[in-house]
Design a protein around this ligand. Sequence first.
Ligand code: AHM
Ligand code: MG
Length: 335
Amino acid sequence: MKTLVEFIAEKQSEFPYATGELTRLLNDIGIAAKLVNREVNKAGLVDINGYFGQQNIQGEEQKKLDVFANECFLKAMKHGGMVCAVASEENDEIYTYENAVSKSGKYVVAMDPLDGSSNIEVNVPIGTIFSIYRRKSSSGAGNLEDLLQCGKDQVAAGYIIYGSSTMLVYTTGHGVNGFTLDLSVGIFLLSHPEMTFPEGGNIYSINEANYIYFQEGVKQYIKYCQQDDPATNRPYTTRYIGSLVSDFHRNLIRGGIYIYPGTFKNPHGKLRLLYECNPVAFLAEQAGGKASTGFERILDIQPSHIHQRVPFFVGTKHMVEKAEEFMREYSPENK
Ligand code: AHM
Ligand code: MG
């Protein structure tokens, strides 16, 4: 079976400017993923060893898992020296590497080191999301402008899902491939080559508890999902874990739409453009799906700050398009 390292090396030639650096960077991300996976799997032992964020029985401070994951990915990327700056959900400002090798690194990364981390204690899958760009500045420490790039300029993106098995799914703009961690040997093996959304799709994933705050277009789309129409596979079925990586991963394999819309309380929704929506949107498009705000393509948005939030509709293409129809039809501007 093909390993992640072999696969990435083979694909290197697909880059016009390939020098092996992106290959190295993706491999470093794979290494950090294994370390985080080890800690995530230990999370069930918190009752025995002490809660994360508290002292364990040896009196040592247990790092919170999201803090651990952040440090782990930051360190792994420093090790290779390919990355000059990182925007992370865990850091208010961009993180720049001060060592000489990293300062000459060609790439910047936006990441959510442990998305859905509030789900750890209930044993629900969580994930890491990453997005890679070529830097814009020519040298020195990376800067904000390097990170505030449009999603369509990503050179690679992916996620790691720490679930019943641990998978790394990524794209470099040539389709989407998924690798499963074989724990017995500690190697990611190609298990899901050329992933695409299936034709049909009947899952909709949305936190309906926010229903009263939704815009009319979202409410009408939900109503549409619930109508009886066997010809279009309706009523659809609801699946919502509340962990973006897990919800997206399931919908990618089974066919479905994930929505985190803007609400009257939070018009920009909850999810962050740089390290949640853009990488997932890139994967979705590469898998034949679609990602939008309900009105415009996610990957076309010019970000203005690193923790910017956007409404997010992602998944099977025809389902996202249908949701967009409702958003347009019931848009306040049409009244
Ligand atoms: P987080 O980055 O604070 O973990 O929040 C992101 C998560 C997503 O994984 C998930 O889809 C969403 O928040 C769930 O939000 P809600 O609990 O409002 O439904
Ligand atoms: Mg998150």
